[in-house]
Ligand binder design. Structure first.
Ligand SMILES: Nc1ncnc2c1ncn2[C@@H]1O[C@H](COP(=O)(O)OP(=O)(O)O)[C@@H](O)[C@H]1O
Ligand SMILES: [Mg+2]
Length: 300
């Protein structure tokens, strides 16, 4: 469904991503894990259509992705709700825009179903400022799902939340996915989160520029119980593999190079080259390093 072939992306002459190849099937739940600043948002925005690659191709069902569209729903880390609208109105706005041909009743029922799905029924009339971070992110998820996207793109959706709320939302979103099986690409900086929610985890290696590592399949049964999974040998092995891959490529990034440097020339010029009348001779006086080259070896 989503296919990236040999894509690269630079900002102001600095290459951020190189040789990106990614293929996601319909109904798959894929997580991409990487360090902060390694290019995760750039990667997901190649798929959302907010960023265009410098080279390579990004397609959805064979069609090039050139701009954002409702078939690719994007959830950001920082909620992005309209502060003057209630929970329901925030979702209404998206639904009214996408499903213009539906009747008012159809749209209302659709919005209600999505508010219930993320357990926000009692808060439907509240403004974003009256909600906790976890509740706001639930609204974001509901709003995006309510647009019936073919693929859900999640850019660190839970990174701004505290650990406990984060765990609750991971479970809730995994449960929603089990019901509707929308294709999901989930970006995170947390290896455990990736393994808990996804069918397949791909490390974004922080080589400069970053590139995708080998896919790791997660064959743990769903629904996954986070307490049981902590003692599961398969979970521990996956986590070790993922963390080792990320750490190893970070270590290889700071490679050692030794080079020879010529010392700076800091002695005064040779005054003997000045002629008898006190004026400079034709030839500029010899510098010290013309007579004797001094080099030191350093490691960086
Ligand atoms: N629009 C932009 N212009 C210039 N540099 C950018 C832009 N967006 C991201 N970058 C740079 O690209 C790198 C990767 O950024 P990003 O994709 O946001 O990483 P992540 O989401 O993994 O934290 C960073 O060094 C960031 O400063
Ligand atoms: Mg980011």
């Amino acid at each position: 469904m989503i296919e990236i072939k040999n894509a690269s992306k630079s900002y102001d002459g600095t290459q951020v991503l190189r040789d990106i190849d990614l293929s996601v099937k319909e109904g798959e739940f894929v997580a991409i894990v990487g360090y902060s600043g390694s290019g995760k948002s750039t990667l997901i925005n190649l798929i959302s259509g907010l960023v265009r690659p410098d080279s390579g191709t990004v397609t959805m069902n064979g069609e090039p992705i050139v701009e954002p569209g409702p078939e690719r729903g994007l959830v950001f880390q920082n909620y992005s709700l309209l502060p003057w609208l209630t929970v329901r109105e925030n979702i209404d706005l998206a639904v009214d825009e996408v499903f213009r041909s539906w009747t008012k009743e159809e749209r209302e029922a659709h919005v209600t179903r999505h508010i219930e799905m993320v357990k926000l029924g009692p808060a439907a009339h509240k403004l974003p400022k009256e909600l906790s971070g976890g509740m706001r992110q639930r609204v974001s998820v509901a709003r995006t799902l309510a647009m019936n996207p073919k693929v859900l793109l999640m850019d660190e959706p839970l990174s701004a939340l505290d650990a406990l709320t984060r765990a609750t939302l991971q479970d809730e979103i995994a449960d929603i996915w089990l019901q509707n099986k929308t294709t999901v690409i989930w970006i995170t900086n947390d290896p455990d989160e990736a393994i808990l929610v996804a069918d397949r985890v791909i490390p974004l290696l922080p080589t400069a520029p970053a590139t995708l590592g080998k896919s790791i399949a997660v064959e743990l049964e769903r629904p996954r119980d986070r307490r049981a999974v902590n003692h599961d040998e398969r979970f521990k092995a996956l986590r070790a593999e993922l963390i080792t891959t990320l750490l190893d490529s970070k270590a290889s990034r700071t490679s050692k190079v030794s080079m020879k440097l010529t010392l700076p020339d800091i002695l005064p010029e040779n005054v003997e080259d000045v002629n008898a009348f006190g004026r400079w001779s034709r030839r500029a006086p010899k510098r010290r390093n013309e007579n004797k080259k001094e080099e030191v070896e350093v490691s960086v």
